[in-house]
Design a protein around this ligand. Structure first.
Ligand code: ADP
Length: 484
């Protein structure tokens, strides 16, 4: 199992203690089997597992800069935890305090120095440890500055993994991470004490004292978080990859670089470790050739589970979670019970109201055309009124428009990208399109258009930032507006 006794022994080569095997494992060198970073690489192979040792040392009195407070909890979690360790914490964020109000309040009592609305060079040249938020560009000049000045670079996830003594299961993929992670957390909770965190929005650093060696941790890991895993040189013992699509290429530079970062989730596994892969997704299945340990496949041909949540994609997520859970003491009967009860996550094909024979489904987490296609496929036999549109990030709506023409009875467009989607549908000549000025008008139009027996589906296919703070606020607005 992936285990590391805290604090790890001090040694110049930053060795890792593995109680399960009772050996010290020197970090493995970069494996030739896994493609090296190609472009915009923040981490060179020579630095793997060799970035000094602050990551698992006592941080009391250390000068630590947290770059990126953020709005989703990661920056807050690490700043609070560092302050509790007695570190001298500075938080630097390019966003002004007004945009970070909630997070600022959450660290107000920590004594951390906040430098917001821009970065101050001195915070980077003067720190010993730089904790970078995964949202920060890999090639940030401030990160370079800190490293040139001798600071060690790490992340909230790396700090956690370096200290966590539990069995760690990592879940990544382009889509389905949160759903699979949450399903897996529920399955494992039937066989032992389980903690769920990471990219799902929960920092587990603050819970380290409550996570014992016999516990299980399920961590959702994004490609941005995984990018920094080589600095630690460790992978979870059990790793799950749901699927791989060409997303976030503006950050990673190429699909190959993106896949290489995703592959860090098993890059440092040993022979006893397990990698769970999607056999239906060729780029994911191809990772099997790079695995050091056992490889287990899941797919839609596997015996299906009865699920409350719709869609083949959720069946795939259930199969992924089951395949991982079966290695950690969960039997099929228990899995079937737990998965049958799983209500799904908010804002992902979530039924939020039933009124006048119309079902209202909130899929606000759907921020790309690909996700909207998945949603449309999930309701094959029900007539749909679909609300689409949001922040225009230049996505190609061609395939989505064709699917909407086939699947929707009415499409309501809204937001910055609304006119572009309406134009695409106009060229196809169907279905009926209602263009609206803002989100409330879109929901009102969809309510008026829907007939009994139909579904009003909010699958925006775009980010929410043109009209909302984030996708959660958009989903909440939808739920409120359909219940009024
Ligand atoms: P992530 O955490 O990777 O963003 P989520 O579980 O939050 O994934 O699901 C977000 C959206 O991604 C869903 O609303 C759905 O549109 C799509 N999705 C979820 N699981 C899958 C899957 N296995 N395959 C393809 N698309 C999926």
């Amino acid at each position: 199992m992936y285990r590391l006794a805290p604090p790890a022994p001090q040694s110049p080569s930053h060795c890792h203690y593995c109680p399960a095997r009772n050996v010290y494992n020197p970090p493995r060198k970069s494996s030739a089997r896994i493609a090296s970073f190609t472009v915009r690489a923040a981490i060179r192979d020579s630095e793997i597992g060799r970035m000094g040792s602050l990551v698992n040392q006592d941080l009391a009195g250390r000068r630590v800069t947290v770059m990126g407070l953020g709005r989703f909890g990661g920056g807050v979690g690490v700043a609070r935890w560092l302050a509790r360790q007695g570190a001298r914490v500075t938080v630097s964020d390019s966003a002004p305090a007004s945009e970070l109000a909630e997070s600022v309040r959450a660290v107000a009592d920590t004594g951390a120095v906040l430098h917001l609305g821009g970065h101050d060079e001195a915070d980077f040249t003067g720190c010993e440890l730089l904790v970078v938020n995964p949202a920060v560009p890999f090639d940030s000049p401030f990160v370079t500055l800190a490293r040139q000045a001798g600071a060690e670079l790490t992340t909230e996830v790396n700090l956690f993994l370096a200290r966590c003594r539990a069995t760690v299961v990592g879940v990544t993929g382009s889509a389905g991470k949160s759903t699979t992670t949450t399903m897996l957390g529920r399955l494992l909770a039937r066989s032992g004490r389980t903690h769920v965190g990471g990219n799902v929005g929960v920092s587990l650093l603050g819970r380290l004292d409550h996570i014992g060696p016999g516990d299980m941790v399920v961590l959702e890991l994004s490609s941005f978080q995984l990018h920094y895993l080589p600095l630690l040189g460790l992978s979870p013992h059990l790793a799950v990859v749901t699927n791989l699509k060409a997303v976030h290429l503006e950050r990673h530079g190429s699909f190959e670089a993106y896949v290489a970062d995703k592959a860090n989730i098993f890059r440092f596994q040993g022979g006893d470790d397990v990698l769970v892969l999607n056999r239906d997704d060729p780029p994911t299945a191809a990772l099997a050739g790079q695995a050091a340990g056992a490889v287990e496949f899941f797919g839609l041909d596997d015996e299906p589970f009865e699920l409350r949540i719709p869609g083949r994609h959720n069946q795939a997520n259930a199969q992924a979670a089951w395949r991982a859970a079966s290695h950690l003491g969960v039997d099929r009967q228990t899995a079937a019970e737990v998965l049958a009860e799983f209500p799904g996550l908010p804002h992902r094909l979530e039924t939020v109201a039933k009124r006048g024979g119309v079902r209202y489904v909130n899929d606000s987490k759907c921020t790309s055309p690909g996700e909207a296609l998945v949603a449309l496929e999930s309701f094959e036999s029900t007539p749909l009124v679909v609300i689409v549109g949001g922040k225009d990030v230049g996505a190609d709506f061609g395939q989505l428009c064709s699917a909407l023409a086939d699947r929707a009875r009415v499409v309501v467009t809204t937001g910055q990208s609304g006119p572009r989607i309406a134009a695409g549908l106009g060229r196809l000549g169907r279905p009926e399109v209602i263009e609206t000025a803002d989100f409330a008008a879109a929901v009102a139009a969809a309510r008026r258009a829907a007939r009994a027996g139909e579904i009003v589906l909010l699958s925006p296919a775009c980010p929410s930032y043109d009209q909302f703070h984030n996708y959660r606020r958009r989903g909440e607005a939808f739920s409120r507006l359909v219940s009024e």
